[in-house]
Design a protein around this ligand. Structure first.
Ligand SMILES: CC(C)(COP(=O)(O)OP(=O)(O)OC[C@H]1O[C@@H](n2cnc3c(N)ncnc32)[C@H](O)[C@@H]1OP(=O)(O)O)[C@@H](O)C(=O)NCCC(=O)NCCS
Length: 391
């Protein structure tokens, strides 16, 4: 979504055409320089991938996708590879490199997140391995030592276990259909919370939350993120940075989106808890329910449930187009899963998040390469998917 490959292009774009293996070549895909023909095959691939993996979800238009992919990200660069067979893309991989001067770079320096996919008819032919080899090279080039990958598909789990990655946390995408909301129960939860805290109130902020409000909330949000269970997942601390909020607002302006906070304040004005949600005009039928948190000394009293109930009220009032609310929760987040069940959320998808050390990937790739008769599974050299006129 945030490509600006020019910034780190020198090391990656010098790659020369490598040998095809079984008629498939791996190339960098650069949205900044892609020709019309390259975009066309990219769109054909993403439509095929959407059809096999998420057929019931909205698909962004070609124009929206190109705008997103070309939009420069001030905090980092996307890196994308495609596997091309006879002019058709049959697989891809994606990663993201944060700029060294971006907030939180040092704490997150050893981590790399990536995602890869191969179209079903093309699986089991070594293409995933070659894409992984490119990610491994990127880790070596940028001093990354731990790779994080998520999947919701059986083949993804099979592949990741096979290469020796460990599943560190499991999470659910939960969905609530607005038509199934029990509005009377929702009102009771709000009323009960207000009754138990003398002089308390729910406050709404949005569709843009001002930086003054963020300044007030940042400390609490950082504290709440620390308490979100992520099981064995190794990760850098999650911190709210104002430059990232500014970028988030720029993206909301660009694509037509909104953010909403509901804050529960006690009678003395202090904050008891908070919940946040986002809506995007491109996909007007859904709202994303994001972080909900209650101060440590106020937990167990129904305030999170009341906050989410208040957010549902806000959503119903503001967005008649919305038919579903989508949220993600860790499998071990028992309190939030219980709240969501009571609100009527149902599990839609289940994700496994895996991690593997760079050296373990290297050892696995080396093993594959040395196997008798095996293909060159280091991925060979990379052909740069470059516009003919710009090469
Ligand atoms: C994960 C994925 C990219 C693998 O692509 P692929 O081209 O089939 O992978 P390869 O052919 O290179 O397979 C590499 C090894 O993994 C093994 N493997 C692949 N799929 C497997 C599965 N479902 N179960 C067990 N092992 C599997 C292969 O047998 C091969 O082993 P070997 O080298 O020891 O013989 C592909 O399955 C996919 O697109 N899944 C959906 C997307 C996804 O979940 N991505 C998340 C992972 S980032």
């Amino acid at each position: 979504m945030h490509p600006d490959h020019q910034k780190h292009g020198s090391s990656l774009q010098d790659s020369v055409i490598g040998a095809e293996q079984n008629g498939t070549a791996v190339a960098l895909f650069d949205p900044m320089t892609a020709s019309r023909a390259q975009w066309d095959r990219f769109h054909a691939y993403r439509r095929a991938r959407h059809e096999e993996a998420w057929p019931d979800d909205p698909l962004y238009s070609d124009q929206e996708t190109e705008e997103d992919e070309r939009d420069p990200d001030p905090h980092g660069d996307s890196v994308q590879w495609v596997a091309v067979n006879q002019n058709d893309i049959v697989g891809s991989a994606y990663s993201y490199l944060r700029h060294p001067d971006s907030p939180g770079f040092a704490e997150g320096a050893r981590f790399l997140h990536a995602y890869g996919a191969v179209l079903k008819p093309w699986r089991g032919r070594g293409i995933g391995t070659r894409l992984l080899a490119q990610i491994h090279k990127l880790m070596l080039a940028h001093g990354k030592t731990l790779l994080t990958l998520s999947t919701e598909e059986p083949d993804g789990h099979g592949f990741l276990r096979h290469i020796g990655a460990s599943e560190k946390t499991r999470s659910f995408e939960n969905r609530l259909l607005i038509q199934e909301v029990d509005w009377a129960a929702r009102e009771r939860w709000e009323a009960a919370a207000l009754a138990s805290l003398a002089g308390s109130r729910f406050e709404h902020y949005g569709p843009r939350v001002s930086s003054d409000i963020y300044q007030v909330l940042t400390h609490l949000l950082d504290e709440l993120w620390e308490d979100v269970p992520l099981d064995q997942l190794e990760h850098a601390p999650i911190r709210i940075e104002m430059s990232e909020i500014e970028e988030w607002h720029r993206q909301l302006d660009r694509i037509g989106g909104a953010e909403h906070f509901i804050v529960l304040r006690d009678g003395d004005g202090s904050i008891v808890g908070i919940t946040e949600a986002a809506w995007f005009s491109r996909i007007p039928d859904r709202v994303y329910q994001m972080l909900t948190g209650v101060r440590r000394n106020k937990r167990g009293a129904g305030y999170a449930r009341a906050l989410k109930a208040a957010m549902l009220r806000e959503i119903r009032t503001r967005y008649p187009s919305v038919s579903k609310v989508i949220t993600h929760n860790g499998q071990s987040n028992a309190p939030m899963l219980s709240i969501n069940r009571k609100l009527g959320f149902k599990i839609h998808r289940e994700f496994g998040t895996y991690q593997i050390d760079r050296d373990a990937i290297g050892a696995w790739l080396g093993r594959a390469r040395q196997a008798p008769g095996a293909l060159d599974q280091t991925g060979g050299e990379v052909r740069h998917e470059r516009h003919p006129q710009s090469s």
